[in-house]
Design a protein around this ligand. Structure first.
Ligand code: NAD
Length: 249
């Protein structure tokens, strides 16, 4: 498929997991793609790499400007960089709440703010935010993480309303449990990672984790020309977890 031919995309958190799979897929479908990441050391051709921290507005602005210059503009922003957090409201102090909100919510706000002037000049502008089923599922021991993703969901809807008349579509994907280095790190911290993985897989309706490529496919749909009439929606990519009212963990 070459449906992204001529389009220019920026993917945050694009050095690993869902972001990397998305950057690779958009490039394979014809887009020119820049990655913004804290650690883009492993990002190689044809992807362009920009080191930036989404918690630092100056660094985000500089990276977005460089990416837009390198690509000759921007049509697609995939707001994907994010970090996890475990626990109930009693387990994380204010500093931790602020740290995770700074990455997961304000990080997307900063990147969108820097990208919007470029997106306004595009005739095919789309933003896709990586949200999570945690936004609406009521997951146990994920209070802080869920609250950040709830905010990402609301932000998606509000931005879709604000920018619809400018021709900028804004949607999000809600992944379930995705087999990325992030989940690998969580499993590795368990006493028996293989048993933990097997238990996690058994809890999925499909009996397996979602792949990063499957989430990338949904992001590409929402970013691409085939979803031109879709804005202000969340697309679940969770192996049936939410639709079947089942819970991970
Ligand atoms: P990952 O850890 O494999 O990749 C995340 C990337 O974001 C890394 O390359 C990291 O360097 C980058 N990053 C982190 N903090 C950053 C910062 N401050 N500035 C710039 N870049 C930063 O994780 P992943 O599983 O691919 O997760 C990507 C997104 O998907 C996140 O928003 C996460 O909340 C969401 N998500 C993941 C899952 C899952 O099960 N893996 C499920 C639902 C949603």
């Amino acid at each position: 498929m070459s449906d992204f031919e001529g389009l220019r995309a920026l993917v945050t958190g694009g050095a690993s997991g869902i972001g990397r799979a998305t950057a690779d897929l958009l490039a394979a479908r014809g887009a020119r793609v820049a990655v913004l990441d804290l650690d883009p050391a492993d990002v190689d051709e044809p992807l362009l790499a920009h080191r930036a921290d989404v918690t630092d507005d100056t660094s985000v602005r500089a990276a977005v400007e460089r990416a837009a210059e390198d690509l000759g503009g921007l049509d697609v922003l995939v707001n994907n960089a994010g970090i996890g957090a475990q626990g109930t409201v009693e387990d994380n102090d204010d500093a931790e709440w602020q740290r995770v909100f700074d990455v997961n919510v304000l990080g997307m706000v900063r990147t969108a703010r820097a990208a919007l002037p470029h997106l306004r000049r595009s005739s095919h502008a789309a933003i896709v935010n990586t949200c999570s089923i945690a936004a609406t599922a009521g997951l146990p021991r994920r209070a802080l993480y869920s609250a950040t993703k709830g905010a990402v969901y609301s932000l998606t809807l509000a931005m879709a309303a604000d920018h619809v008349r400018e021709g900028i579509r804004v949607n999000c994907v809600n992944p379930g449990t995705v087999d990325t280095p992030w989940i690998g790190r969580l499993l590795d911290a368990a006493p028996d990672p293989a048993a933990e993985r097997a238990a996690l897989e058994a809890r999925q309706p499909t009996g397996r984790l979602v792949s990063a490529a499957e989430v990338a496919g949904a992001i590409a749909y929402l970013a691409g020309p085939l979803s031109g009439a879709t804005t202000g929606t969340a697309l679940a990519v969770d192996g049936g977890m939410q639709g079947l009212r089942l819970r991970p963990v």
